[in-house]
Write a protein that binds this ligand. Structure first.
Ligand code: ADP
Ligand code: MG
Length: 695
């Protein structure tokens, strides 16, 4: 009926107009809106500027638009904004594209590892800090950028710290190049690269903006030679802070109880709970939904929505939607929601006071993941999330006396992680003197030396610390941990790259298996179907292949893409596989496959010869070998550390004599995860540089 369709389109038009109006008003009401002109002027006047402003004041979404309007994208130049987290880059780019009334990928886009939405038309580009570091490998002067904004600098991730050092150099080189009218190879890059980067372009000086949510602008200002800092007045409503009377022994359970307490006793407003990772978020989500079923029919409903870095981006966006009427939104987030993204509607914050962090032992060279108490600065940021739109409440699930014991701010990650990746990247950028590199905060000498040693053992560096050819160059090109990059190169020699590609993709995501508490037995039985007695790596290969087979079947039945996706979702449910993680692993797989094909590596399979594949795993991960001790524990050979097999491993019960592993997790004990049984004799044979005896 023509009259009906006309009505619908008018309705649509009205909705659209209303949305535009809403966005315009919301933008105008942000604290940053009133200082637009001043900020643009400051950027014009200063090559380096530090901007400090409360979370939610509009730094990330607005500043790049101000600069665009202020003419910083003339001659096709791009404004780059780096984020420590993938989620933030994606959600913010989507939001800004909408604000600009444009499709994502045109004027505004994002680029993160394994996912790029930008085009030649992109002028405002959100990306992870790690990705910009990779771009510097190809374009050492970052010549397409007029402005680079390093956002969330207070987080001090390892990439941010390295990037700051690098940008300082790039800025210097570009200033010199534009002064002299030509490129100077002053970064230590090979001359031809530098010249190529500047060919045909005038290398205008690079504007650098460091943005931070916390108040310690001084350290950034000092590092950039006394750079100017501007503060944006935020708008913050009072937040009531509540502590527990007793210590909580199980913070997940305490979070669950608190959520329902708020839901039943407090007024309207959404809840934001901070957890440490995907696994915790997913298990809490299930517990909430189970318990929500028991709510009395007259009470309002609960809608849970998770947000963490490896969550596929369509699902991340759910957290920004408002809950349907009569429903309370409960956002389960990692520390991503501390400062990186602002979720509207939050009135209640639950802070168990814990965070998952990398930890590193520079003497043994072992990196591990541990769950530790947050810093005071983090706890303050978390509670601040409750006061964005009105007065709020923050429930800290620890005692007030514990708050005083927290450290003031988190130690920069560069001081507590394995530096192999950093060192490899810097070497590939032509920066040879790693110890002399101008880090904002220097990592320990021992840690740098240990990483150099590790890279030599992996064959990425020669004995005189130069990037080896071709292995070192190849490894630097892959967006992976050096040990994984090495594994792919070794696998191509062993003719089992297909299998290793699957393993590396599956290891790049969290928790493939999923075991709901109420269906533990069924989950266990389903997993049996994939298990290999050789260990977890081959088990992961089996899962991946079974999923691929499921997709293949529905493809052969000429199913449409959506039907195929549905078939896979069903398959995952039936087999107790985490669909989100598998989807992510498949994305990672297709991206790395692209990289290795470009590198000309040989994509072959070892077929049924799993002993060949285990030998290949040994050759790749020899630094992570462990021998069983008489008491059933294991000793990591490289570090002499005592470790236990994690209960999630298929080798938990069999406990073979010798294994290689991929991950070390510290809780009450040192646990190793993702193991494969190997023959101890293979170590000396396949990694003689490390295990051969010298007689
Ligand atoms: P800052 O970087 O200073 O913390 P942002 O620019 O990220 O602030 O956010 C400014 C405001 O924009 C937020 O308070 C929020 O209201 C809104 N906003 C940001 N991202 C989104 C989104 N994805 N969906 C809806 N609103 C958003
Ligand atoms: Mg921000």
């Amino acid at each position: 009926m023509p009259s009906f369709s006309a009505g619908a389109s008018t309705q649509k038009q009205q909705n659209y107009q209303r949305r535009r109006q809403q966005i315009r008003e919301q933008r105008k009401s942000l604290p940053i809106a009133s200082v637009e002109k001043r900020l643009v002027d400051e950027v014009r006047k200063n090559d380096t500027l530090i901007i400090v402003g409360e979370t939610g004041s509009g730094k990330t979404t607005q500043l790049p638009q101000f600069l665009y309007d202020g003419g910083f994208c003339q001659d096709g130049k791009v404004i780059g904004i780096t984020q420590p987290r993938r989620v933030a880059a994606v959600t913010v780019a989507k939001r800004v594209a909408e604000e600009c009334n444009d499709q994502l990928g045109k004027k505004v886009g994002y680029s993160i590892r394994f996912d790029d939405s930008t085009s030649n038309a992109t002028r405002i580009k959100y990306m992870t800090d790690g990705l910009l570091l990779r771009e510097a490998l190809l374009d050492p002067l970052l010549s397409k950028y007029s402005v680079i904004v390093v956002d969330e600098a207070h987080e001090r991730t390892v990439h941010t710290d390295v990037l700051l050092g690098l940008l300082k150099k790039v800025q210097h080189s570009r200033a010199n190049a534009s002064k002299n009218g030509k490129a100077l190879p002053s970064m230590g890059h090979s001359q031809n690269l530098t010249q190529k980067a500047c060919q045909g372009t005038r290398c205008a000086p690079l504007k650098l903006i460091i943005m931070s949510a916390s108040l310690d602008a001084k350290c950034f200002s000092d590092y950039f030679g006394g750079a100017k800092a501007v503060h944006i007045q935020g708008r913050q409503y009072p937040v009531d802070i509540l502590y527990t009377y007793q210590p909580e022994s199980d913070y997940l359970d305490a979070t669950l109880v608190t959520i329902f307490q708020i839901h039943l006793e407090e007024g309207p407003g959404d809840i934001l709970a901070f957890l440490t990772g995907q696994e915790e978020i997913e298990s809490l989500e299930r517990l909430i939904n189970e318990r929500a079923r028991l709510l009395p029919p007259e009470s309002s409903k609960i809608w849970t929505t998770p947000i963490y870095s490896s969550l596929p981006s369509e699902q991340q966006m759910n957290a920004f939607k408002s809950a349907p009427a009569g429903t309370r939104k409960v956002v389960l987030a990692t520390n991503i929601a501390e400062t990186s993204v602002t979720i509207p509607g939050i009135k209640y914050v639950i802070d168990p006071g814990m965070v998952k962090a990398r930890a590193y032992n520079p003497v043994t060279g072992m990196e591990s993941l541990i769950i530790i108490p947050v810093s005071k600065a983090q706890a303050l940021q978390r509670s601040g999330r409750a006061g964005r739109e009105g007065p709020g409440k923050c429930f800290r699930l620890f005692q007030e006396s514990e708050f005083d014991k927290l450290v003031d701010s988190t130690v920069p990650e560069i001081k507590r992680c394995n530096l192999s990746n950093v060192v490899l990247q810097l070497k590939a950028l032509g920066i040879d003197d790693i110890i002399g590199f101008d880090f904002m905060e220097k990592p320990s000498r021992t840690a740098i030396l240990k990483s150099l040693e590790q890279l030599i053992l992996l064959g990425a560096l020669t004995d005189d610390y130069k990037l080896s050819d071709p292995v070192g160059h190849q490894m630097a090109r892959l967006p992976l941990d050096p040990m994984y990059s090495k594994a792919l190169i070794v696998a191509s020699e062993f003719k089992c790259l297909e299998e290793m590609l699957i393993v590396v993709s599956m290891l790049s995501v969290e928790s493939i298996f999923f075991s709901p508490r109420e269906k533990l037995e069924e989950a266990r039985a389903a997993r049996k179907g994939f298990e290999s007695s050789e260990g977890d790596h081959i088990t992961l290969v089996n899962v991946y292949r079974a999923a691929a087979e499921c997709l293949e079947k529905s493809k052969n039945a000429n199913a449409k893409e959506r039907t195929m996706e549905k078939a896979l979702t069903r398959w995952c449910r039936e087999n107790f596989i985490n669909h989100r993680s598998l989807k992510h692993a498949r994305d990672v797989h297709s991206q790395i496959q692209g990289h290795v094909q470009q590198m000309g590596l040989n994509l072959s399979s070892c077929g049924e010869d799993m002993s060949l594949f285990r030998r290949c795993l040994t050759a790749a991960f020899f630094l992570n070998a462990a021998m069983r001790q008489p008491d059933g524990s294991y000793r990591a050979l490289a570090t002499s550390q005592s470790v236990q097999v994690h209960p999630s491993s298929v080798l938990f019960r069999t406990k073979p004599d010798c294994v290689i592993f991929n991950e070390l997790v510290r809780t009450t004990q040192n646990y190793v995860k993702n193991l494969t049984r190997i023959d101890p004799l293979w170590l000396a044979e396949l990694a003689p540089q490390y295990y051969a005896t010298e007689d």
